[in-house]
Design a protein around this ligand. Structure first.
Ligand SMILES: [Zn+2]
Length: 226
């Protein structure tokens, strides 16, 4: 095993709750943007790890990218910077749309610039009797996975129905994006057992504290206290 492969953190387990590749990519930041955030892509190896878990890369391609990134750390840092820049543009575009606003032109320009860099690698391949879009790899170019991510954002933006179902988690300390594919389109949380339960507990505490204040006010009144 090479030293480069050792840089992959096997313990890092990403969550995929967005129901869409580009939204899951925006959810590689914990916390709420603008308040407090926790970056989960702290190295190029983290990015490769996410891509593997998202089924964008098989193990041998992931290892090849990691080996190249170890030989070319500056190139790896630049690719990670581009990945994070694209992620934040995609986040701002869909967060704006989820709240009924128009995305910034600069973010759409950024997405289009990434698309222009990658779409030339798309090709049609035949697999038995079927044909499918595939991505031609460019001799281990470290920005290779950005193509499918940018295309996923373009597909979602141009979709007929899915775009209307993009939501942002209502959790106080969360801002994850997801496609609400629930039956009556009433999903409010990225993960019910996490942000949904936290909101339930908060509501319960507020209710209990209001009930306690009301009961002590009543007893003060009964005792003639102010
Ligand atoms: Zn959430």
């Amino acid at each position: 095993m090479s030293a480069a492969v050792n840089t992959l953190s096997p313990a890092k387990k990403f969550q995929f709750v967005g129901g869409n590749l580009c939204l899951d990519f925006t959810n590689t930041v914990g916390g709420k943007r603008g308040l407090s955030t926790r970056e989960h892509l702290n190295s190029y190896a983290d990015f490769v790890c996410w891509c593997q878990q998202a089924d964008l890369l098989d193990a041998s391609t992931a290892n090849a990218l990691l080996r190249r990134s170890a030989r070319h750390p500056d190139e790896a840092a630049a690719a990670l910077g581009r990945a994070i820049g694209l992620r934040e543009s995609i986040y701002r575009i869909f967060a704006a749309l989820a709240s009924g606003e128009s995305p910034q032109t600069s973010d759409l320009d950024h997405l289009n610039a990434e698309l222009a860099m990658h779409l030339g690698r798309l090709q049609v391949a035949s697999n038995k009797k079927r044909f499918a879009w595939t991505w031609r790899s460019l001799d281990g170019a470290l920005d290779h996975p950005l193509g499918p991510i940018a295309r996923s954002a373009a597909d979602l933006l141009t979709s007929t129905h899915l775009l209307k179902q993009v939501r942002q988690c209502e959790g106080d300390t969360c801002g994850w994006l997801f496609v609400d594919s629930s039956k009556n389109h009433s999903r409010r949380w990225c993960v019910m057992s996490d942000c949904g339960n936290a909101a339930k507990v908060r509501r319960f505490r507020m209710k209990s504290s209001r009930a306690r204040s009301a009961s002590s006010a009543t007893s003060r009144k009964a005792r003639g206290m102010k």
